[in-house]
Design a protein around this ligand. Structure first.
Ligand code: SF4
Length: 381
């Protein structure tokens, strides 16, 4: 059976039986021709006929996960100024890497990419492995990333499925909730041929620019004649929207310790949320626990020093993917002890003019700004 099969009898105008039977070869050709004519110029895309640089392709694919193209453009170009080659990235410190990633979110992507690039530098003599299995064994490399890098950089017929491709396939097959296995099977069927990288990019580009989540522009679509959802008039309902799950909320008390105009920051343990980034000490408030007591506890846990809470300085909300956080910033003064790395990977007293040297998540930058704005002027004389 053709992978472009439908699950129910299509209403007129139905795809021609011959188009469905011969659908794959024709769809592949039309997708490639459409891609040649309509592809966007993106900084990580090699010009037609040129070979893509595996490091740049890999970097762009990691950045594009969970992030919009327009945002990635800025980060991508700035990144390459700082780390123009795989070797330059392999030699960089994690602090440097996270600083360049600062603001992009999902920092585990940066940590894993850095680890993987180091492995390539040392175990593969700086050459990105061209074998899919070897590449997939690197930290943070999943099936999607492997498909993208193998096909785009090395011309290997490796399939990929991302959110855009899933939507296109759900519509081509008029399936409200296609299983992952079916999606990858269809991608595997389409990808063989002389230009697997372009074919994969054509599918993603189609989803991003024509077969969009709302109001797909079917009149401009190169595979409209084999699209079962278009025939059935169900495009807007494919794939079916999943009910949104309630996102849990947590209140986090943050200890802002001030000494002589400098604020005490900690480097988060690498395996924690936002691992390797700098932040104020913070803990999720326990049920019934006063915010000020939780803020004092946060500093004790991170640095083994006793502090006394003296004023609440503001609230910063932040939405992560799986949790909504509300940070309650509390100014504290040192009572006893010297900071030690007991619940963190490092600490530093940071003056406002020094903070740009540290990689801080967005919410922590806001807390830092609040703390500076609300600070009493240092006593004179
Ligand atoms: S015909 Fe419309 S719904 Fe079908 S793949 Fe093309 S743009 Fe998407």
């Amino acid at each position: 059976m053709s992978p472009l099969r439908t699950r129910r009898a299509p209403a007129a105008p139905a795809p021609r039986p011959s188009a469905l039977r011969d659908g794959i070869a024709g769809a592949r050709e039309r997708l490639l021709a459409w891609y040649d004519a309509h592809r966007r110029e993106l900084p990580w895309r090699a010009a037609a006929g040129e070979t893509a640089d595996p490091y740049r392709v890999w970097l762009s694919e990691v950045m594009l996960q969970q992030t919009r193209v327009e945002t990635v453009r800025r980060y991508y170009e700035r990144w390459l100024e700082r780390f123009p080659t795989l070797e330059a990235l392999a030699e960089a410190s994690l602090d440097d890497v996270l600083k360049q990633w600062e603001g992009l979110g999902y920092y585990s992507r940066a940590r894993n990419f850095h680890r993987a690039v180091r492995e390539v530098a040392y175990a593969y003599n700086g050459e990105v492995p061209t074998q899919p299995d070897a590449f997939r064994a690197l930290p943070g490399v999943g099936r999607y990333t492997a498909g993208a890098v193998m096909s785009i950089a090395f011309g290997r017929p490796e399939p990929l499925v991302d959110g855009n491709v899933r939507r296109v396939f759900a519509r081509l097959t008029d399936d409200p909730d296609p299983a992952d296995g079916q999606l990858w099977e269809l991608a595997e069927t389409l990808v063989p041929g002389s230009r697997p990288g372009d074919l994969n990019q054509a599918l993603m580009e189609l989803g991003a620019t024509v077969c969009t989540p709302r109001s797909p522009r079917c009149a401009e679509c190169p595979v409209a004649d084999v699209c079962a959802a278009r025939a059935a008039g169900t495009q807007d309902d494919r794939p079916a929207r999943k009910p949104t799950r309630p996102v849990p909320h947590e209140d986090t008390a943050v200890g802002v310790v001030d000494r002589g105009g400098k604020l005490l920051l900690v480097r988060r343990p690498v395996d924690a949320r936002l691992g390797g980034m700098w932040s104020f000490p913070g803990v999720v408030r326990r049920r019934g626990e006063a915010t000020v007591r939780a803020a004092e506890r946060s500093v004790l846990i991170a640095l083994d020093v006793e502090v006394r809470a003296c004023e609440r300085i503001g609230v910063v909300p932040h939405a992560f993917t799986h949790v909504r956080a509300t940070y309650h910033a509390v100014r504290c003064t040192l009572v006893s002890g010297e900071p030690r790395e007991v619940g963190c990977d490092g600490w530093a007293w940071v003056a406002p003019h020094e903070v740009d040297a540290y990689a801080l998540p967005v919410a922590q930058k806001k807390i830092f700004a609040l703390a500076v704005a609300s600070a009493l002027p240092a006593p004179s004389g």
